[in-house]
Design a protein around this ligand. Sequence first.
Ligand code: ZN
Length: 258
Amino acid sequence: MEIAILVMVFLWGGILGSFYNVVGLRIPAGESIVSPPSSCKDCGHRLGLLDLIPILGYVIRRGQCHYCGSRISPIYWFGEWLTGICFLLAYMVFGFVPEFWIAIFIISMLAILSVSDLKYRLLPNKIIFPSMLIILLLRIWHQPLPLWDYLLGFLVGGGVLLLISYGAIWTGRAPMGGGDIKLMSLLGLAFGVQSILLTLFFSAVLASVIGIVLISIGKMDRKSFIPYGPFIAIGGMIAYLYGQDMMSWYMGIISFNS
Ligand SMILES: [Zn+2]
């Protein structure tokens, strides 16, 4: 029975993930999310039911448009998987408790923002600001930590990136994007202080590692721009779901050695 629930939660994430792809592509462009129906970018053919099946559609069509044969970027398929996996992990960490529904909102928002950042290099205010309001209301509704911890998280998350930005301008380098700063504040409000500090750390490490790998395989050079939003999203999910366990484990090692 448990397996059935796990599969259901994963598929549910995959289905919503496929919708978040559409939202993340259309909202920043100022388009409606319901019409027109999705079509192939190359031949303009309207996509059928089989093309649109989350998780499986991409495999059934072998990564190509069924009508004109042009290659479809696997990034959207990847987004469906990742959303499904994050839903699944959130269920495994929390179970069906109030925090699970908050996690579902956070994952959904991060999925939409990541698509937008990858496609347009933009974390739009019209997604960030309403999300801030919703997170604030959700945290007033349910808070495992004291409310001030979340409010402080809001200040610390954005504040640290703002300081880094000023430091960058001071030394003549490119500052962080305003969207990244707002997103980090938003996650601070959702996570509280300790987890937002871990988010800052994990996202910086992830971005550095991926950057070094991409440079070393020649996919980009030092001057290329990589959108930071998806790193904040993945670093944030690790910190939110597993930060507490990792801290306890780490503290255990320190106290064991001393
Ligand atoms: Zn086509």
